[in-house]
Design a protein around this ligand. Structure first.
Ligand code: XMP
Length: 508
């Protein structure tokens, strides 16, 4: 295990990723973590991340000095090396205008285990402060024109630090620096793979759950599906999955979930068909947040009713993944609610089950890899994200079954054409929406007055920001023609070219 100690930098997850890519398991902990907790984890190495503060200011994040005495190798990056220098008696100060470095920078390396095998000299800098006096027993092992201490080390105490960012792509051979730190300094074995993850996790789940009963709210999304299959591998029929089909799903989605989990994986699956129940609650409701609230609450009610029928349940499986953990740990508190995503499709807050989160340590692409290894089909693993309230927020305004059916057909054609054109996996998320708008058209000399379908496709890495996808015209043309010709009730198609911000990905 390698610990990444978080000082609030923007590349923290990237550092964790780089470590994982070397088949070394790692966790991110806030810098405020008690030193005893850090020691108890028995890490083989520790990495301090960057951060936006100045190490010499009183209110900046600090680290307990004891960490430098436990004998575990430490690599400080950017703020991480500055806080190391400051804590150990060196001096950090604000650079004057010519000393600040941003972006690609030429560097001169001296001999150090950290830089073994590196033949280039371009790094990625992003700093205003700099170290101008080394702590005792440290030596400089790299410098640039403007930065006298671009890297420092105390090999005896195994303390290392770099002012630049070896974790970013633009830092040439940065991966070698991380490798050198992990393999040559921390001397880790690098045997953490998805295979070993599956075996270890199944063993751990077996021990934890034993013969007790486990419940899973299966949505058909990647995370809950992989979590469910993993737990099923460990405890078999002691797992029951509840799949609430609220009638706001994509075409064939409910049947697919049934086919995959009940037929292929032979799992205990309860599919609750409650389209009428949800649609009747939603009659006449057009405000997006009101719709989300109704769908979310009704979901919880259905889930509770079904789980009550099962008698005593001890555990509840959740598909929480690592970015969720980190994001909630950092909860910025002051953020305004743009959309109440996380209240939807959730589970009751006052539950009495113990939560099992088998994917808690994994990034999305690792979850996908494990899903494939567990034998879940690619169509499900690589499916675009789908919101909990489903078509409820893609039928704009009031919802009816007729509108949902029209939208399902249009969306299915859209996805089909994207897949045929080989574009589906280039796109983060694509979907059709049905605004509450009818327009006039002409078909076979006849006047039509029918719905308008909106198409959206975006690229993004996390859904927080996104750009509209530059869809080839011929593909758009084909999709538009097919939708207008094949979907009754639609006579016009438009393509959304708004980025986020200022738009959001969904229209509601
Ligand atoms: P927005 O529309 O906020 O969407 O740009 C960002 C991502 O979140 C998804 N989304 C939701 N997911 N419940 C969910 O579970 C919701 O209410 C919800 N609203 C948006 C959206 O599909 C996109 O992936």
């Amino acid at each position: 295990l390698v610990l990444v100690i978080d000082f609030g930098g923007q590349y923290n997850q990237l550092i964790a990723r780089r470590v994982r890519e070397n088949n070394v398991y790692c966790e991110i902990l806030p810098c405020t973590t008690d030193i005893e907790v850090i020691k108890a984890k028995n890490p083989k190495g520790i990495i301090f991340t960057g951060g936006p503060n100045s190490a010499y200011l009183e209110n900046s994040p600090k680290i307990n000095k004891e960490i430098f005495e436990i004998g575990v190798p430490i690599l400080g990056i950017c703020y991480g090396v500055q806080t190391m220098a400051h804590t150990l008696g060196g001096n950090v100060r604000r650079g004057n205008n010519s000393e600040k470095e941003y972006g690609k920078t030429q560097i001169t390396y001296s001999e150090s285990t950290l830089f073994e095998g590196i033949s280039t000299n371009t790094v990625w800098m992003s700093h205003t402060d700099l170290i101008d006096v080394l702590p005792e027993d440290f030596k400089i092992v790299a410098h640039t024109n403007d930065c006298p201490v671009a890297a420092m080390e105390n090999t005896e105490k195994k303390l290392y630090g770099v002012q630049f960012h070896p974790e970013v792509e633009h830092c040439l051979e940065g991966d070698k620096i991380i490798k050198n730190f992990l393999y040559n300094i921390c001397e880790v074995s690098g045997d953490w793979t998805t295979d070993s993850f599956i075996d270890d996790k199944i063993k751990e789940l077996k021990e934890k759950i034993g013969n007790k009963k486990v419940l899973c709210a299966l949505s058909g999304g990647v995370d809950s599906s992989v979590a469910a299959v993993l737990v099923h591998r460990a405890v078999g029929d002691n797992l029951t999955c509840i799949f609430v089909d609220h009638g706001l799903l994509r075409k064939n989605e409910g049947d697919d979930v049934e086919r995959i989990f009940r037929e292929k994986f032979d799992m205990n699956l309860i599919r609750v068909n409650c389209e009428d129940r949800f649609l009747s609650k939603l009659v006449g409701v057009s405000e997006p947040e009101a719709k989300r609230k109704i769908i979310g609450e009704e979901f919880i009610r259905v889930f509770e009713e079904e789980s009550n029928k099962l008698g005593k349940i001890d555990f509840l499986v959740q598909g929480t993944i690592y970015p969720d953990v980190i994001e909630s740990g950092h909860g910025d508190g002051g953020a305004s609610t743009i959309k109440s995503h996380h209240n939807v499709g959730g589970i009751p807050e006052d539950i009495e089950f113990e939560i099992v989160e088998p994917l808690r340590e994994l990034f999305k692409d690792e979850v996908r890899k494990i899903g494939l290894e567990l034998g879940i089909e690619e169509g499900l693993i690589f499916r675009h994200p789908f919101p909990g309230p489903g078509l409820g927020i893609r039928v704009i305004g009031t919802i009816t079954k007729e509108k949902c059916d029209i939208l399902r057909e249009a969306d299915a054609i859209y996805m089909d054409e994207l897949k045929k054109a080989g574009l589906y996996t280039d796109i983060w998320q694509a979907f059709a929406t049905l605004p509450d708008v009818k327009t006039v058209g002409v078909m076979g000399d006849e006047r039509t007055y029918a719905y308008l379908v909106g198409l959206r496709a975006v690229t993004s890495s996390d859904g927080m920001t996104s750009d509209w996808y530059k869809m080839p015209y011929d593909v758009l043309e084909k999709i538009s023609n097919r939708i207008v010709n094949e979907v009754d009730g639609v006579n016009r198609v438009v393509y959304d070219i708004t980025s986020k911000p200022p738009g959001t990905i969904e229209w509601e």
